[in-house]
Design a protein around this ligand. Structure first.
Ligand code: GLN
Length: 215
């Protein structure tokens, strides 16, 4: 039980794996029920939630996630992943319903309304963290067992329950390892990178959203 899996159905899988590996955390792609062995945490990446929800059912991955969650698996959903984990999706039925939040899809507008910003998230890192919002949802309600990590205006963009972390932005598309480090700690793992250096990556092209565009 010392690995974090990244659900490898659709979306930004390779970027999450890369962030975990840079933290010194064992990372594994999760595509089928047998891939759940030895996982202490699972990241459900951003992508397209309708597509991910269909693939979860078609490939028989939905029930293994629910079963492993009952056995203590920690979950982190980024953007579309957060939509899949929400108990309530405005105007649509829920998918996994594992954290008591209400979420509204595409709440900032179209793809063209995507943007970057930064914010201090005191529980996660001592310096401001870069935030990347891509056709992001907004969390419009959080239940009593859900702690708000970051609120902007009248909506929430990062929250957690004891077992589930949700962010509507994409830390895997920034140089910062801070949220991945935070999730690894939540999973009971010990990342090899400390809080301070989790913010610094000299190999990253600051004009890019990923390290992979130049390869
Ligand atoms: N808008 C997408 C959805 O509703 C999520 C976008 C993302 O994951 N970047 O599924």
């Amino acid at each position: 039980m010392d690995m974090i899996g990244v659900l490898d159905l659709q979306g930004d899988v390779v970027e999450h794996i890369d962030h975990l590996e840079r933290l010194g955390v064992n990372a594994v792609r999760v595509k089928e029920p047998s891939d759940f062995a030895h996982l202490t945490g699972l990241i459900i990446p951003g992508g397209e939630s309708t597509c991910l929800a269909r693939l979860l059912s078609i490939l028989g991955i939905r029930d293994p996630i629910l079963r492993q969650f009952q056995r203590g698996l920690k979950l982190w959903g980024t953007c579309a992943g957060a939509i899949l984990l929400a108990k309530e999706i405005v105007g649509e039925p829920p998918v996994l319903a594992l954290i008591d939040i209400e979420i509204q899809r595409n709440a900032f507008g179209s793809q063209l309304d995507s943007f970057v910003s930064e914010a201090l998230v005191p529980l996660v890192a001592p310096q401001p963290i870069p935030l990347t919002f891509i056709r992001a949802p907004k969390i419009t309600r959080a239940g009593t067992d859900v702690a708000v990590l970051l609120r902007q205006d009248d909506y929430i963009v990062a929250a957690e329950s004891p077992d589930v972390l949700v962010t509507v932005f994409h830390p895997e598309l920034t140089p910062s390892l801070a949220f991945h480090r935070y999730f690894a700690l939540k999973c009971g793992l010990k990342p090899s990178v400390n809080e301070e250096s989790s913010m610094i990556d000299p190999t990253w092209d600051s004009r890019s959203w990923t390290r992979y565009t130049r390869l």
